[in-house]
Design a protein around this ligand. Structure first.
Ligand SMILES: *Cc1c(COP(=O)(O)O)cnc(C)c1O
Length: 403
């Protein structure tokens, strides 16, 4: 990665990382120092248009004013209280999430992988003792703790980590018959990303999620939707399941949930919720007052500024801007997506495209080597969208894919 990127950052920062930070991330040689909306600045004063703000966490862009204000107020009043006490903001946040989903209850944590761990435990606790297996899908991504890593049916994330957590079985994404074939008397649940994010912005084939719901009902399984990436308004619905009209028993959320502040949640029905009984699960910082205030401010901003319909407009405009590239360039295969979750699949490596865009001041992402992934802010303006697509288009038009 380093070789193809413009190096602009101060060498002192690189040195700190070289000496003191565990090298488990590939990093661009750029240090970001400031952000506002869909724009970020690096430590050399360069400005970038950000089509991937906060790796999908900054749904409202960088430093959304309502979230900043809520956090500033809260941090000066009460930073943290444990879950052995009541706090009004956590209860109110749970209410807002419940009213916008299926009317159930929330468990709060700090990240996506933790939300999925809670879901895995709840599935095992709620179903009869002999049932513990969970079926997940190829190309899915559920996080990095061992349970979620095992749930992630991608061999590259398992290398060298074994033995993994027992009780997971993998089916090809979209294959209902293969899913049915995996179900036995030990199966407790099915866990799926309704739209695969890291897997390449892949939408479920027609009827797939409905079929999973039917299989779950038929066999007494719990259906878990991992909406850590697709949830919280990104698709133009509050939750991705609403887009497909298939209601799961459990949803997991994180990334956009608190407008850029760390926070995660698991939502489930009032009937299932008591199975996560006192003493069986916890998160010290889960649902803390700062996250709660940020989460509430995020929901309120999306509603006040009517941003759910805006996500749909943004998707339409992206499609209009990117489809001509599919028609024109033989190595650009397909544009797909839902709301502010856009994938442009190439038939060539995407890394040089990401590097060239960065050089021209546009931040994008590539996943699964060939899928350009955009998770832009839900309040991106038309002018910003056009400017970024102009850069991406010219980079692609000038690109000569390796033979
Ligand atoms: C990012 C992601 C996770 C993991 O979330 P963390 O907050 O990094 O633990 C889980 N599931 C999906 C679908 C994700 O996109």
């Amino acid at each position: 990665m380093t070789a193809t990127m413009p190096t602009s950052m101060s060498p002192a920062t690189t040195e700190l990382f070289d000496h003191y930070v565990v090298p488990n991330y590939g990093r661009y040689p750029v240090a970001l120092v400031k952000g506002e909306g869909s724009w970020v600045w690096d430590d050399q004063g360069r400005r970038y248009l950000d089509f991937f703000p906060g790796w999908g966490c900054n749904l409202l862009g960088h430093c959304p004013p309502a979230v900043v204000q809520a956090v500033q107020e809260q941090v000066a009043t009460l930073i943290h209280v444990p879950n052995s006490w009541y706090m009004e903001s956590q209860g109110r946040w749970a209410q807002l999430l419940s009213e916008r989903s299926f009317g159930g209850k929330a468990f709060f944590c700090n990240s996506g992988t933790e939300a999925n761990e809670a879901a895995i435990k709840l599935v095992r606790l709620h179903t009869p003792e002999q049932r513990y297996k969970i079926i997940t899908f190829s190309g899915g991504f559920h996080g990095r703790t061992l349970g979620s890593t095992t749930a992630t049916a991608q061999p590259k994330y398992h290398e060298g980590l074994g033995p993994l957590v027992p009780g997971f079985a993998y089916a090809p994404f979209g294959d209902l018959q293969a899913t049915r074939d995996l179900i036995d008397e030990q199966t407790a649940g099915i866990m799926v990303e309704p739209i695969q994010g890291e897997g390449g912005v892949r939408l479920p084939p027609e009827g797939f999620l409905e079929g999973l719901r039917e299989l779950a009902d038929e066999h007494g399984l719990l259906l878990v939707f991992d909406e850590v990436q697709a949830g919280c308004g990104r698709t133009g619905e509050w939750f991705a399941y609403q887009k497909f009209g298939v209601t799961p028993d459990i949803i997991t959320l994180a990334k956009s949930l608190c407008g850029g502040i760390a926070g995660g949640a698991m939502l489930t029905t009032a009937e299932i919720a008591p199975s996560l009984r006192p003493g069986m699960h916890a998160a010290t910082f889960g649902g803390n007052p700062i996250a709660a205030r940020a989460g509430i401010a995020t929901i309120e901003t999306i509603e006040r500024e009517q941003l759910l319909p805006r996500a749909v407009q943004i998707e339409k405009r992206f499609r209009e801007r990117l489809q001509p590239l599919v028609d024109e360039l033989p190595f650009v295969h397909e544009v797909r997506g839902a709301g502010v979750m856009i994938g442009l699949e190439l038939l060539t490596e995407g890394a040089p495209i990401v590097a060239a865009c960065m050089q021209r001041g546009l931040l994008i992402n590539c996943t699964q080597r060939t899928v350009i992934r955009l998770l832009p802010a839900i309040n991106l303006t038309d002018a910003e969208l056009d400017e970024g697509c102009e850069i991406l288009s010219s980079v692609l038009r000038e690109h000569e894919p390796a033979a």
